[in-house]
Write a protein of this length. Structure first.
Lengths: 280, 464
């Protein structure tokens, strides 16, 4: 019995180690390529022949707008994260705690709206933003506006969490003379820290990947790009051979802070996705 | 059964409308001069009766909406039927701009929305007047301004909380969707592009083209069903393979006697943390003809020629599903790990005593529980995969393209990536809009059917 179990465990470890290698391989490759001195695109070897920092120097040098793009993305991420969390909390509280006419209808309408593919509305959104002067040079506030404006529909996870807070607590507070606003600020928000952190974290991570709409709104105006748009162009343009290692270096610079943040808040993320999956 | 219900809804609506109109009439007939004047000047009655906060906001809203409708929207509203008649033309070297169909449609829709909003507010205004009169007639006092404002933080807190989010969704989600649905009934494409050209209403022509009725189709309907087929196949495999393999990995890590559980999980979770545009672009390049994978396979002598991962339709499809596992397994693993702890240990204990082996316990205990609990999650995953733009687009942009498919569709294109290409590369907005409506229909039908057959919906008590 003992021996059988040991063999069993050994197989498990082998599987896990193999998986770890597969899962980490692209990241290791990315790091190694970012330090590669010789130019060219994808090369047929993993470890660079010549180590160098010139890719990073290029990114921080004057000839690239990488820092502008990075700043744009960071600004978008921070604002979207704060505002979106605020909106989601407001909507979740109203839908979870208050009973008003049209509540069910509102939830159903939002559910149906969510089934339309988002890209289709892109052309229309673009011209709405253009009317407001928020494209090209104004791409950053424009993107923030769009992300925040429709974020109310993503209330599911947060509302599910609010629902688990016993209603008796609210009633007791109302008897003590608290208003609904005070209940939200003083009671529900402190009790829902995990889910609020989860909402903010997810909202913060999304803009780093936003390619489709960001490329559309900036529309060739280089200073309005975010990192995803700018660096995807590096890979796809025909001179990607020269830019490939720079893409790797930039990718590392983008990935490191986001990954560290994610790892620190992983606990809350797990709680959020698990809760969200169960409650739908 | 359904017909009766719907009939009821219609009659109920008209009955409600009739009652409401009668109520408006009564408000006018029985109201005093303040109320009567409020029919024209919204908020007048409230102002006269000292409800300054209500009166001022009503008046301001009326002014703003009327200004928007007549100052801005009117010129577009009147042309909505034709979508513009004067073409842009060249007069010598000078371009004389005519009507712009795009803005006529967009601002026309906004104008209609503003009119509806005005009607609604007008009705609310009348209700407030009637209510105030009733209170005064009973000799009661009206709620003061302070009480009105304070109720926005208490009894009417929902209105405060929802006002901005609902407005935002309305302008930036609902209006664009209405616009998109309208586009499906026009001929807005590369030959009818504002501002140089006009487009106009064409009825159901685009839908006819999609289903190949009435000639003029260059295999368009065929391409649509080809892409739809792959979209469904992809969503099926992407959802269920990641689900079951992710569950297997979670159970593997959770197994008694396995150490460094946290380390294994952290390694896998890396793919969630690193932004997809970095990891997927790199992985996509790894499998390119000159990529690492081909290079090493050649070097080790396992293959003689490079494998055309991205240019062979079948290889590309399989590879995309496999790479999606790399993205998706950690996600399922996280969720399942959290849920595994909820399964009562006694169930496993008694199964072990009864002599069940590992596979049997999985099939009889773990799997049913998981399917039951994560039913809604599977559905959202499936819907998400139907519209999974990032994975397809960042890996190979839906290639390889084929001559047999119309509108530049590729073998790995999902409906959404195809739609994206149509708008960005070909400016074929009318067809893109039709495809968008089809995507909506597919999503809605699948959601409805699955949702109604899901055990966790049908039988909520099942596992409690």
């Amino acid at each position: 019995m003992k021996r059988k179990q040991r063999i069993n465990n050994t197989i498990c470890y082998i599987v896990l180690i193999l998986m770890s290698i597969i899962w980490l391989f692209p990241f290791v490759g990315l790091v190694l390529q970012s330090f590669r001195g010789e130019s060219g695109g994808m090369v047929a070897y993993l470890v660079p022949h010549e180590w160098s920092l010139k890719n990073y120097q290029f990114l921080f040098g004057n000839s690239s707008k990488f820092l502008t793009w990075y700043g744009n993305t960071l600004t978008i991420a921070i604002f979207v994260s704060l505002l979106q969390t605020l909106v989601v909390i407001c909507v979740s509280y109203a839908l979870s705690r208050m009973r008003f006419r049209g509540r069910k209808a509102l939830m159903n309408i939002w559910l149906v709206l969510g089934m339309f593919p988002g890209f289709l509305t892109m052309i229309c959104l673009y011209f709405l933003l253009k009317t407001l002067g928020l494209t090209e040079a104004g791409a950053v506030p424009g993107l923030i506006l769009i992300s925040v404006a429709s974020s109310g529909m993503g209330y599911y996870v947060c509302k599910g969490y609010f629902d688990t807070v016993p209603k008796a607590l609210d009633e007791a507070a109302i008897l003590d003379g608290a208003t609904r606003a005070q209940i939200l600020v003083k009671m529900i928000i402190p009790m829902s820290k995990p889910i609020i952190i989860y909402t903010a974290l997810v909202a913060f991570m999304a803009p780093w990947c936003d390619y489709i709409f960001a490329s559309y709104v900036a529309f060739g105006y280089e200073k309005g790009y975010n990192v995803a748009v700018a660096m995807t162009r590096w890979v796809w343009t025909n001179d990607y051979q020269g830019f490939f290692t720079r893409f790797c270096a930039g990718g590392i610079l983008v990935a490191i802070p986001v990954t560290i943040l994610f790892m620190c808040l992983q606990k809350y993320y797990v709680e959020g996705v698990t809760g969200g999956a169960v409650k739908g | 059964m359904d017909g009766i219900k719907r009939g009821n809804a219609v009659t109920r609506f008209f009955r409600w409308l009739g009652a409401d109109l009668r109520e408006i009439g009564r408000t006018f007939a029985e109201g005093d001069w303040r109320t009567k004047l409020s029919f024209l000047i919204m908020g007048f009655g409230q102002l006269c009766r000292g409800q300054i906060a209500r009166g001022v906001s009503m008046l301001a809203l009326e002014g703003g909406l009327l200004y928007f409708i007549f100052g801005f929207g009117w010129q577009y509203l009147t042309k909505l039927v034709t979508l513009g008649t004067i073409e842009t033309r060249q007069d010598g070297r000078v371009t004389i701009y005519g009507h712009n169909s795009f803005f006529i449609l967009l601002y026309g829709i906004l104008g209609i929305v503003a009119i509806l909003a005005l009607i609604y507010l007008w009705r609310v205004n009348l209700k407030q007047n009637r209510e105030a009169e009733g209170l005064l007639a009973q000799g009661k006092r009206l709620p003061s301004n302070k009480a009105d404002l304070a109720s926005l933080l208490d009894k009417n807190f929902d209105k405060t909380l929802l006002a901005l989010p609902v407005l935002g969704i309305f302008i930036f989600t609902v209006v664009p969707i209405i616009f998109m649905i309208c586009i499906a009934f026009t001929n807005y494409d590369v030959t009818h592009q504002p501002p140089s050209k006009l487009f106009s209403w064409v009825g159901l022509d685009n839908f006819r083209e999609l289903f190949g009725i009435g000639g003029g189709s260059e295999g368009f309907g065929g391409t649509f069903f080809y892409v739809l087929g792959w979209t469904l196949v992809w969503a099926f495999f992407a959802t269920f393979l990641t689900y079951f393999l992710g569950m297997a990995v979670a159970i593997l890590i959770n197994k008694k006697g396995i150490r460094f559980k946290k380390l294994w999980r952290t390694i896998l979770v890396m793919t969630i943390a690193v932004p997809q545009f970095v990891s997927l672009l790199y992985v996509g390049k790894m499998f390119a003809a000159d990529g690492l994978v081909n290079a090493y396979l050649l070097k080790w002598g396992w293959i003689k020629q490079t494998i055309p991962f991205w240019t062979n339709a079948t290889y590309a499809r399989i590879l995309i599903i496999v790479i999606n596992l790399w993205i998706g397994i950690p996600y399922t693993m996280l969720i399942v790990t959290g849920l595994l702890m909820n399964i009562p240990a006694e169930l496993y204990e008694s199964a072990r005593i009864d002599g069940a082996n590992a596979f049997q316990t999985f099939r009889k205990i773990t799997l049913p529980y998981m399917l039951f609990v994560t039913g809604p999650f599977l559905l959202t995953q499936f819907i998400g995969n139907l519209n999974n733009f990032n994975v397809i687009f960042l890996l190979n942009q839906g290639k390889p393209q084929s001559m047999n498919l119309s509108n530049n569709a590729g073998a790995t294109d999902l409906l959404v990536t195809w739609l994206y290409k149509m708008t960005i590369n070909d400016s074929n907005y009318k067809i893109a809009a039709v495809i968008g409506i089809m995507v909506f229909l597919v999503t809605a039908i699948i959601s409805l059917v699955v949702y109604n057959t899901m055990p966790s919906v049908k039988d909520e008590e099942g596992f409690q």
